[in-house]
Design a protein around this ligand. Structure first.
Ligand SMILES: Nc1ncnc2c1ncn2[C@@H]1O[C@H](COP(=O)(O)OP(=O)(O)OP(=O)(O)O)[C@@H](O)[C@H]1O
Length: 596
């Protein structure tokens, strides 16, 4: 129940006054409904049309006045009063529904924004641990379940208030009968405990299944090319068939449980009512009018109690979703890169001398071996530094370390001699443009993709960057900069995508340009063009390049050679190339062999 109280607290903080207003509305509706029901029988009785066989003077002060009135007038007044109560109740009910929706939507919007913000503001370590599709599932399906849970929760409060008011009125009419009713109601709620527990278990299953479903389907659609080209459709269709079956089974289990609890609940209530009526007539010698009241009390209160019990079950099945939000928020809090108020003040850092790694070691949480071991490295400002080495040597890990994504386990990263800490981490990233091997483009126009990094960029600046990145093919597209490029830029070739992302990186005019295999998909001609462009940047920008194709780094002022997480060589391209026996010489030798 912890998570429920946590969300109740959040609901209270976020809704404030509106929640009080809603509760007042609930109380009013409860009173109108209660009064309406309890007045109906005695009021009709006092008009004399029906003999209820009971004198209500003791409880209804109006009774004696009405007795003197002509029957028709009395009836009109009584029915008018009843109609007024119904109208007032419906009016408040409508407003309360709107208030409920406002509270629910406000809460969900905050929860959605708050979770999204805290996810985006978490550090890189958080994303290395998390499955993206789990986050997607949480932000879509689970959020909807939490939204449903908030509605249930408000309904639950409303049922409790209604029950309380009805019980007060019933108590006023007959204390002994109401006490017996409360005892019976409590017995029923205790008996519902097993159902509530089982509902929670099914709720957990629902959450796991939807996680698996979203994860699987997203993976399949992301890898659709591999699926189609390797004829893997059958495997995936089978997987989908199985998970759909499990989802169906889970839903049916929930419905079975819900209907079973309702079924048992109704039978037990009927038996209790029968016993209660028997005891009321035979033991307590209750009068017929009071018996009528008992039936009214039962008929109104029992469905509400059944509602509370079913609300409890449904709420329990949503609790796992509440809990996963609570856990995620706690995880994000731990992984937070910077305090909220400092986010707005981030300015790009100016690096005057260079970035240094001093005795840096790093290990991924899931690995037993160190990905980087005792790295000592200096990246001078406005020079080109290349990082080379065999696959898995730790090149990308090192770049992620320099960008402040990976935090060293030992050693330090220094910017102009100052340690890279939480305070200057985001400022450093503001001055970096990073181009990965598999560049990411948004499903929109080239123009919008470029403006994401620099919303103030002029058309001329955009063309200049595109030209710089040898992406002048954009000129020949029928819609030029306004060409829509599809999901992740699917309507462009790999090389075209790389050039646009490179142009985008340049448009940001960064102090540091990081290229991780950023020209691997380019043909020789375009690669040469990019080489020339990078050459122009030398002396104006710090460039860090990872490249398997060693021709790309021919002009680098410094080459760092990594092997199994260690720097094994360091120096200028030509110097390193001379020694044919070392790692760099061998890498170069192999590439020349392949090229013939
Ligand atoms: N997210 C991760 N979680 C766990 N281990 C990782 C992760 N990323 C990389 N590694 C491991 O760290 C080591 C270095 O990987 P890294 O990607 O830095 O190598 P690389 O030199 O860039 O390789 P490549 O040239 O193939 O891209 C490898 O052993 C790899 O398996």
């Amino acid at each position: 129940m912890n998570e429920l109280f946590y969300f109740l607290k959040r609901l209270y903080i976020l809704s404030g006054k509106i929640l009080y207003l809603n509760i007042v509305g609930m109380v009013l509706i409860g009173i109108f409904e209660g009064v309406g029901i309890f007045l109906l029988i005695p009021l009709i009785g006092l008009t004399g049309i029906v003999d209820v066989g009971y004198d209500y003077s003791s409880i209804f002060w109006l009774y004696s006045n009405f007795k003197e009135m002509p029957q028709t007038l009395g009836l009109i007044i009584v029915l008018g009063a009843y109609a007024f109560l119904i109208i007032a109740q419906s009016y408040f009910q409508r407003n309360q529904s709107i208030l409920n929706a406002k509270i629910q939507q406000n809460f969900i919007r905050h929860l959605r924004e708050e979770t999204y913000n805290s996810i985006l503001k978490a550090n890189w370590g958080f994303f290395l641990k998390k499955k993206k599709t789990d986050l997607l599932n949480l932000m879509s399906l689970e959020l909807n379940r939490v939204a449903g849970g908030t509605t249930l929760f408000l309904q639950f409060i409303s049922s409790l208030i209604f029950t309380f008011i009805q019980l007060c009125l019933a108590f006023w009419l007959s204390a002994s009968m109401t006490i017996s009713l409360i005892i019976l109601g409590s017995l029923l709620l205790i008996f519902s405990k097993t159902f509530v527990k089982k509902s929670k278990e099914f709720g957990e299953d629902t959450m796991l299944l939807s996680k698996e479903f979203i994860g699987g389907v997203t993976d399949h659609f992301n890898g659709i090319k591999e699926i189609k080209s390797n004829s893997l459709e059958e495997n995936h269709i089978n997987w989908f068939h199985n998970i759909s079956g499990e989802i169906e089974k889970n839903i049916l289990n929930i419905v079975r449980l819900k209907t079973l609890s309702q079924f048992v609940y109704k039978i037990v209530s009927a038996l209790l009512i029968v016993t209660f009526v028997f005891v009321a007539i035979k033991v307590l010698k209750t009068q017929p009018a009071q018996l009528m009241l008992i039936i009214v009390i039962f008929s109104r209160l029992w469905p509400r109690l059944a509602g509370i019990q079913s609300n409890l079950e449904q709420l329990s099945s949503v609790l796992p979703s509440f809990k996963s939000f609570q856990d995620l928020q706690a995880e994000c809090q731990i992984a937070k890169e910077l305090e909220e108020e400092n986010y707005k003040k981030i300015e790009p850092i100016s690096i005057l001398r260079g970035i240094e790694c001093k005795h840096v070691s790093f290990k991924y949480q899931t690995q037993s071996n160190y990905a980087l071991k005792k790295i000592n490295l200096y990246v001078p400002t406005n020079c080109m530094t290349a990082i080379v080495g065999p696959s898995g040597a730790g090149k990308s890990t090192l770049i992620d370390m320099i960008m402040g994504l990976n935090i060293p386990e030992e050693g330090q990263v220094l910017i102009d001699g100052n340690p890279l800490l939480k305070d200057n981490l985001l400022s450093l990233r503001k001055s970096i443009s990073y181009v990965p091997q598999d560049p990411f483009l948004f499903n929109t126009s080239i123009r919008e993709n470029m403006m994401i990094v620099n919303p103030q960029a002029t058309e001329a600046q955009m063309w200049e960057s595109l030209e710089f990145a040898a992406a002048d093919f954009v000129k020949n597209l029928p819609k030029g900069l306004d060409t829509k490029i599809g999901d992740r830029g699917i309507r462009l070739s790999g090389g075209e995508r790389q050039r646009i992302v490179l142009a985008r990186a340049i448009l940001r005019n960064p102090a540091v340009l990081v290229l991780d295999e950023a020209t691997s998909s380019l043909d020789t001609e375009n690669e040469a063009k990019v080489q020339q462009a990078l050459e122009q940047l030398k002396g104006k920008m710090t460039i860090i390049v990872i490249a398997h194709r060693l021709s790309t780094i021919r002009n680098a002022e410094q080459v760092i050679v990594l092997e199994e997480g260690r720097i094994v060589q360091q120096g200028n391209f030509n110097e390193l190339a001379m020694d044919k026996k070392n790692v760099f010489g061998k890498l170069l030798g192999k590439q020349l062999e392949v090229m013939g």
